[in-house]
Design a protein around this ligand. Structure first.
Ligand code: GAP
Length: 452
């Protein structure tokens, strides 16, 4: 079972590279610290995801507005937020080879031992596998801060130290009053942001699952100061529903998603309650998204004076916060894993058309027949006005179908010799593989209907 799943991940990584979804970063220099670059097809998928999110949670709602803040903020932000003091993971070092790991994931430690020091693995009498004590072990865990340090200006001095943000969230707190003054929003309302975050992860890995540079889509949803637990829990539950609704919209298989109630003693320093939404990735069940009740922790730390009044002459207070958070790259990965199918000898990404990099591909049956190419070009140029459209004239039509299936293009349109007389084309459906003859004049409406 495990092997089959490992293979699935390898196959997805190889497809991503082969077809231009994701390349290893700085590959010609031997790669670089688990960094990855989105290629021409991958960037379309990722942008579609970000645009859908912005449309759903910002443009189509009256109670959420967006911002786009600086990546490097005043270091005082990170002092106030508690990140400088507490944003750390427990680190251990392998005594044999000095490689460093997060100590809170026993699987990673066990994999390291199995792969690098198999001689230290022993079996107990009843067949259980154990790491034997002889000459092997890890150092005691010590806390390692994940903040990415840099220097502002030419002098590398302590006074000029700054940090790349480890979450987009803090800007929504820091800008709270400015947003309030410019929008005159009343509680409950949210501030949303999409952008890069940086963490000096001890053990990045599993492709784009855990990297040191990644993107987040976050909402800080401000609510009135709750007088009873039910008050904030109502908002919390609503956001659980919203997050499932989102997963369905982008085609994440929600049968593979489960909620993990984070135990009290493992909560982040700012949280009173957190749910991790875990997805069954081929390498195991891991956090996809999170939802936290951050109380008034952040606003209180940033604003000495209470920043919000319901009425001009009312009493000022610090609103509380529900925070749904989504990793963009983990969304891409869960979408790819949900869509990846092998059917007979074809590999197909059954992507929801809303996120598919291309909605339709246009082919002239033969590349060396100018009358076919010309007609196909006309159709291609016309469709491009409404849909992200691919052009393919290489190889035979079967190979082109195969290639479009691999990148998840929902429809392929072929211009053949009959098209020159009957002004119709063959439209092939990615999922059913059925072919239909459609009049060119009706093609745009046909696709619009199908891609709705
Ligand atoms: N503002 C709250 C916050 O940042 P988090 O659980 O640390 O919470 C939120 O991160 C989301 O960001 C995660 O659920 C995950 O999707 C994504 N994420 C976190 N660390 C990541 C990493 N190293 N690589 C890729 N995505 C990551």
């Amino acid at each position: 079972m495990e092997n089959k799943n490992e293979n699935t991940m390898d196959k997805i990584i190889s497809l991503c590279k082969r077809r231009g979804f994701v390349f290893p970063g700085s590959e010609i220099y031997g790669g670089f610290a688990n960094s990855w670059d989105y290629g021409p097809v991958g960037v379309e998928l990722k942008n579609n995801i970000k645009q859908l999110w912005w449309k759903r949670f910002v443009k189509q709602r009256d109670d959420i507005v967006g911002i786009d803040a600086a990546l490097i903020m005043n270091p005082k932000v990170w002092e106030a937020s508690g990140h400088l003091a507490t944003f750390s993971d427990p680190l251990v070092e392998c005594i044999k080879c000095h490689e460093r790991f997060r100590s809170d994931d026993p699987n990673i430690l066990f994999d390291h031992v199995s792969n690098k020091h198999p001689e230290t693995i022993a079996k107990t009498k009843d067949g259980e596998t154990q790491i034997s004590g002889t000459g092997f072990g890890f150092t005691e865990p010590k806390q390692f801060n994940l903040m990415f340090k840099t220097f502002i200006g030419p002098a590398e001095e302590q006074a000029n130290v700054a940090y790349f943000r480890p979450e987009t969230a803090q800007a929504m707190f820091v800008d709270f009053k400015n947003v309030l003054q410019t929008t005159r929003k009343k509680l409950p309302f949210g501030i949303a942001q999409i952008g890069k975050a940086f963490r000096n992860e001890i053990t990045p890995g599993n492709f784009i699952f855990r990297t040191r540079e990644f993107e987040q889509m976050e909402i800080e949803y401000f609510i009135p100061k709750p007088s009873r637990d039910e008050d904030w829990q109502g908002f919390f539950d609503k956001w659980v529903e919203e997050m499932y609704g989102w997963m369905e919209t982008v085609g994440i298989d929600t049968n593979k998603v489960s909620n993990l109630e984070v135990p009290k003693d493992e909560l982040a320093h700012y949280s009173k309650r957190t749910i991790d939404f875990e997805y069954e990735f081929p390498f195991g069940k891991k956090e996809l998204y999170g939802l936290a009740y951050r109380t008034d922790f952040d606003l209180k730390n940033h604003f000495k004076e209470a920043p919000y009044k319901e009425e001009e002459d009312g009493e000022a207070f610090w609103p509380h916060v529900i925070e749904p958070t989504w990793g963009v790259d983990r969304t891409v990965l869960a979408v790819l894993c949900s869509a990846y199918k092998e059917e007979g000898d074809r590999v197909v990404l059954k992507l929801d058309p809303k996120v598919a990099p291309y909605k339709v591909a246009v082919f002239p049956l033969l590349k060396n027949k100018p009358e076919l190419v010309e007609k196909a070009r006309e159709i291609y140029n016309d469709l491009k006005k409404d849909f992200t459209t691919a052009w393919d004239d290489r190889g035979n039509v079967g190979k082109r179908y195969y290639a479009q299936d691999e990148i998840g293009t929902p429809f392929c349109v072929t211009v053949d010799f009959d098209s020159l007389n009957d002004n119709a084309v063959t439209v092939r459906d990615r999922d059913t593989m059925k072919q239909e003859r459609i009049k060119i004049s009706a093609l745009r409406d046909y696709l619009k209907e199908k891609l709705k």
